[in-house]
Design a protein around this ligand. Sequence first.
Ligand code: GDD
Ligand code: MG
Length: 369
Amino acid sequence: MQAVILSGGEGTRLRPLTSTMPKPSVPLVNRPMISYMVDWLAGHGVRDIVMSIGFLANGLRAALDEGGHAGVTIRYVEEAKPLGTAGAVKHAEQFLDERFLVLNGDVLTGVDITAEIAQHEATGARATLALVPVDDPTAYGLVLTGENNRIEAFLEKPAAEDVPPNPRINAGAYVLERDVLEMIEPDENRSFEHDVFPHLSSDEIYAYDASGYWLDLGTPERYMTATRDLLDGRLESWLTERLVTTGRVIDTGVDVSGCKIESPVVIADGCALGDRSRIGVYSVLGHGCEIGENCELERAVLQRGCSLGDGVTVTNAIIGPGAQIGAGAVIASGSVIGEGATVAADACVPADCRIEAGAEFTHADGVTA
Ligand code: GDD
Ligand code: MG
C-alpha cells in the first residue's frame, strides 16, 4: 500500500518552533514528529510514501534522512505555492496507484489502518475516512454518519451549536480510490474537507470507526500532551521497550551521577548535567544540552544544543534548539522559546509566553530583538 503524507502546512499554531523548521521535522521526544507517522505506516506494511511538502522543504528532507527508515521509500513532491490538502494530492497524482492512503502529517496515532483498508475494500467505497471521538470538535472536521457507517455530512470547523452528542471527527487518515482525484482541478488550491468530501454521495464515502491513540499535534499544549503520552508508553514507539524496563531513556555516555532524575525522562547523547540539578518527570533533553548546577526541570522539553546556566527553573515549557537561558532565569508553564533565542540571567519568562527564534528576552515584561 502507498501513502501520501500531507506536510505542507505552515504550522502557525506551533510558532515559534515552526518559524525555523517545518512542523513535521520539529523534534518530538528527540525524533522528527513525522518519523512517528512513518514508523506507524511501516508497521502496517506501507513501503511507498509520497511526502507532500512546501514550506521549508529542505529541512524536512534532512530530518527524515537522518532518521533512516529501513525498507521504506520516501519521495518528495513540492508545491511552489500551497495547493490545499486536495490540491496537494492532485499535484502528486502521477506517482499514485489506483488505491492509496492520505494522511494529515501533523497527527500522532496508532489507529488500525489495516482494518480501515479492509473495510474500504469490503464496502467498495471511493473514500473511507477514519473517525475518532473528541470532546470538542469545533477545531476539527465533524463527521455525521448514517446507516452502515455511510457519511451523511462533513462539517469542517463546525459551530458549537451544530455539534451533536458523542461527536466524531475526521482523524485525517483516508483510503482513497484514484478516481476521486478527477473531482479536483489541477494547480488550484482545493481542500478535501471543503471541496471534495461534502460532494461525494453517501454511498461513496464511508466512516471507519477508529479506536486507539490519536492526537493532533498542532499546538504547544498538544505537543506537551504527546510528549507525556509517549513517555508513559500510551503509544507504541521507539521508546517503549526501554521505558518498560527502566522508566527512562538515557544515552549511555551521559553522566547523571550528580543530579536527581525522576522517571520517566529521556536524555540524548552529548548532554552535560550540573551537580544537584533535578531532571523531573516528563522532561526530554535533546542532543548536546548543557544544564548548569542546581537547575529545576519538570515537564521541560529542551531541543538539541540548549544551554541553561546555574539555578534555572523550567516548568512545562518547550525550549527550541540552541536557545540559551541565563543563570537564575525562570521559565514558567506553557512558554515556548524559539531556536537560538536568549533569555537573560534572572529574567522571568511568564506563563504561556512565546519568544521568537533568535530574540533576546531580558525582563519579565519585554523582548528586545
Ligand atoms: N502539501 C500540503 N499543501 N499540505 C497541506 C496544505 C497544503 O496546502 N495545507 C495543509 N496541509 C497539511 C498540513 O501540514 C497538515 O499535516 C494537514 O495537511 C492538515 O492541515 P491542518 O492545517 O493541520 O488542518 P487542521 O488540523 O486545521 O484540520 C485537519 O485535520 C483535522 C485532524 O487533525 C482537517 O483535515 C480536519 O478535518 C481534521 O479533523
Ligand atoms: Mg492539524
